[in-house]
Design a protein. Structure first.
Length: 92
């Protein structure tokens, strides 16, 4: 008959060995959003120090802001008439 406690203990021991070995090999790090090179965890924004990556990240952030503003404008173009129609219906 198989001893369940012995199997669990052996599995836990193997798991702890694997986690300990893997944790010591690779220091904590992040990757650059543009070129995916390892960078320090404390890097903010998450890009390396290369000029091309910095410029590309700045352009991406600018594009995201533009798209976000456009979404709010187009949402307003459709929402305002709808709200006004509802208000006119309630008032009248």
């Amino acid at each position: 008959m198989v001893d369940a406690r012995k199997v669990k203990d052996m599995a836990a021991k193997k798991a702890n060995q694997f986690i300990g070995a893997a944790a010591g090999k690779v220091p904590p790090h992040q990757h650059c959003r543009i070129c995916h090179q390892p960078i320090p965890v404390s890097a903010d924004p998450r890009v390396c120090k290369e000029t091309a990556c910095i410029e590309k990240n700045q352009q991406d952030e600018k594009n995201q802001r533009t798209v976000r503003i456009a979404m709010f404008v187009f949402f307003g173009l459709f929402a305002v008439p709808y709200v006004l129609a509802l208000a006119a219906r309630v008032m009248g």
